[in-house]
Design a protein. Structure first.
Length: 366
């Protein structure tokens, strides 16, 4: 359009009338072109800030929504658009869940789940916040500034398939927090279902001085309801189908898990997720081993798992206890496993989510 106007003006000749008619139009188009080009570059910078903030936000989700929000705001601030840091309001950051098949984001408040696996960030420069983008020539058209926004969503993508046995301590010391442990195990189960392949298998073992297989190794795609029902049945020792209260024999739980994984014909990477609130402890009602012997047996069981290519992840619920329990459970980590600890029963969900999401790739999904 600009070229056509210029050609028309050349054909009319350089009279005063022509100058008065054509030059303002040409200048107007030139001004519009400059401002549009500038806004295009600012928009790219703003989108980069939103992308960085969304990825940072998602990376913090395993440590809780508050940490995710803090990371989003930090990384948005580190990025600039229109030569200024991008400031986020708390409402600009949403934690939620991303459904890959339907390509849809649902905020945490609307999803009905306790743990998020995705973040959506909206970065804005506007007059309300005093950050509207100044235009070079917009005043010619009565518009000196304009608002811009960009959004991005980052999520944990589906990772490799694996077989996992959840080994849950249900000893007497876990009595007051078994409800939180049940919720945490369910969150882990849901995360595995949502972020692993259809061939993944999951089993559940409870232990005190003795082990009890609540759910055998089953395909999570076809047997999710049955595995979830087994998790729902978790209770304190001596209740329902739980093993009798008889000390803490971590070796028994690990050995039962190793037997399940080694007897499977699956070729997927195997792992054990051990959740406990203490070290091995002998009891007159349990196996006739001393506490020292139970510790040694647990280490041997961990070595046996390792020799069979089984990774061990541990979660120690400290509940204000000594550091020795955390150190002992950490000593059982094998393969690609990692050690986790929390004194907060409510945070067990977050720690198990972190185990689930470890190694999964973060990706921008929109």
């Amino acid at each position: 359009m600009f070229a056509r106007w210029a050609q028309t003006c050349r054909k009319r000749g350089a009279t005063a009338v022509v100058v008065a008619t054509c030059i303002p139009v040409i200048l107007g188009f030139a001004a519009l072109t400059i401002d549009m080009g500038y806004l295009y570059n600012v928009k790219i910078e703003l989108q980069n800030a939103a992308d960085a903030a969304a990825l940072a936000c998602a990376s913090g989700l395993p440590e809780g929504v508050d940490e995710a929000h803090a990371r989003a705001m930090l990384f948005a601030h580190k990025n600039a658009a229109d030569k200024r840091s991008v400031a986020l309001d708390v409402n600009d950051v949403q934690a939620g869940v991303w459904d890959f098949p339907s390509i849809a984001f649902t905020s945490l408040a609307d999803s009905g789940v306790a743990i998020a696996d995705a973040c959506r960030v909206t970065a804005t420069l506007n007059s309300e916040r005093g950050s509207a983008v100044d235009l070079f020539f917009g005043g010619i058209f009565g518009k000196r500034t304009t608002d811009l926004s960009a959004s991005a969503t980052a999520a944990f993508a589906t990772g490799e398939q694996w077989d996992v046995v959840i080994v849950q301590d249900v000893t007497g010391s876990f009595k007051n927090d078994i409800d939180d442990a049940r919720l945490a195990d369910q969150a882990l189960l849901d995360c595995i279902r949502d972020h692993s392949g259809a061939e993944t298998q999951v089993a559940l073992v409870a232990f005190t001085g003795f082990p009890f297989v609540l759910s055998p190794l089953e395909n999570i795609d076809t047997s999710y309801d049955a595995i979830s029902a087994a998790v729902s049945s978790l209770d304190e020792c001596g209740s329902g189908s739980m093993p009798a209260c008889s000390g803490t024999n971590i070796a028994a739980g690990l050995t039962a898990a190793v037997d399940l994984l080694t007897s499977s014909e699956s070729e997927l990477p195997p792992a054990i997720v051990l959740v406990s609130d203490g070290e091995p402890a002998s009891s007159s009602k349990g196996p006739k081993y001393s506490t020292a012997q139970l510790k040694e047996l647990a280490l041997q069981a961990a070595d046996d798992a390792d020799s069979n290519g089984i990774s061990i992840f541990t979660l120690f619920f400290s509940d204000g206890g000594s550091n020795s329990g955390a150190e002992f459970l950490a000593s059982l980590v094998r393969g690609k496993g990692t050690a986790h600890e929390t004194p907060d029963a409510d945070a067990m969900e977050i720690e198990l989510l972190e185990i689930c999401l470890e190694g999964l790739p973060l990706t921008l999904v929109e």
